[in-house]
Design a protein around this ligand. Structure first.
Ligand SMILES: CC[C@@H](C(=O)O)C(=O)SCCNC(=O)CCNC(=O)[C@H](O)C(C)(C)COP(=O)(O)OP(=O)(O)OC[C@H]1O[C@@H](n2cnc3c(N)ncnc32)[C@H](O)[C@@H]1OP(=O)(O)O
Length: 256
């Protein structure tokens, strides 16, 4: 077992499964710059030949990830400033999406905003039955900006994806299964183990070969360029008053 412990995340390698855990439960596992750096570290470490699968999850049962840490990212005011943050996260999520092994999000609780983007960049989403998830960026007068909107349109039927993005709602685990976002709903740790033991029945080279096919398709269809356009579009909206006012409302509401 190899283990690296930092303040905001851990990376663990056990039996060929490399697990990245966001460890900021007090703030619903929101992504700050340290978590972004951790995901960059994950991408490097996951290239090792001994890694057969990658898991992304988070501490506690309340939240998988509440998106970007608004108390940190709210200091980014202009299109240019927000573009740099959005681009960095979108680059790391693209690298995660195109890892040569299956990537599984174990959605242990609420996933909203960028949290849904992280999960959507993964190949599989194991969603705990109590979890509620949604692309709520619209309520902040922005779009997804880490590539997750583009990945959702790749993953779900077109009208389901567009509805999920535009409605900016949160959905229950069963609604997420019905629309095709959740691969599996899990009720306990045993259900999670069953998923991984099924995966492990198949030789890791077979998983790698199928992943190669998917990556080739994404390269042919200019996925990276489509993500870049999503990032740029979000940065334009980010600069506007409507976005900053909505974030102010959230931050002031929770301080009272
Ligand atoms: C920035 C990138 C962008 C993208 O490209 O996608 C985004 O991610 S936009 C989306 C940003 N995220 C949000 O707007 C979600 C905000 N959070 C919530 O709506 C709720 O916290 C929750 C996730 C639904 C959980 O609700 P609940 O369990 O009731 O917890 P609290 O609301 O009481 O939160 C506890 C504590 O954590 C703080 N918090 C939560 N999320 C964030 C966040 N994303 N950024 C900063 N802080 C966050 C919240 O303020 C509370 O703090 P205290 O009041 O000090 O305890």
């Amino acid at each position: 077992m190899k283990r690296g412990i930092f303040v905001s995340y851990t990376i663990d390698l056990t039996d060929g499964i490399m697990t990245f855990t966001i460890d900021r439960p007090h703030i619903r596992n929101a992504v700050n710059n340290e978590v972004t750096a951790g995901l960059e570290e994950l991408v490097v470490k996951a290239q090792q030949a001994s890694v057969q699968m990658v898991v992304i999850t988070a501490s506690g049962k309340q939240a998988f990830c509440s998106g970007g840490d608004l108390s940190v990212f709210h200091t980014l005011r202009t299109e240019e400033q927000s573009y740099r943050m959005l681009k960095r996260m979108s680059d790391v999520l693209y690298s995660i999406k195109t890892l040569p092994v299956p990537v599984v999000a174990v959605v242990n609780g609420t996933a909203v905003g960028g949290g849904c983007e992280i999960a959507t960049a993964c190949d599989y989403r194991l969603v705990w039955s109590h979890a509620k998830c949604g692309f709520i960026q619209g309520t902040l007068a922005i779009t997804s900006g880490w590539g997750g909107g583009t990945y959702l349109l790749e993953t779900l039927q077109h009208d389901q994806a567009l509805k999920m993005l535009s409605e900016a709602n949160v959905y229950t685990a069963s609604e997420l299964k019905e629309c095709g976002w959740a691969s599996v709903i899990v009720d306990d740790e045993q259900d999670v183990e069953v998923f991984f033991s099924q995966m492990k029945k198949i030789h890791p080279d077979v998983h790698r070969a199928y992943k190669e096919i998917a990556i080739r398709k994404w390269q042919k269809t200019d996925l990276a360029e489509r993500v870049e356009q999503e990032v740029r579009r979000c940065a334009v909206l980010w600069e506007r008053d409507a976005h900053h006012e909505a974030v102010d409302r959230f931050l002031n509401k929770t301080k009272k």
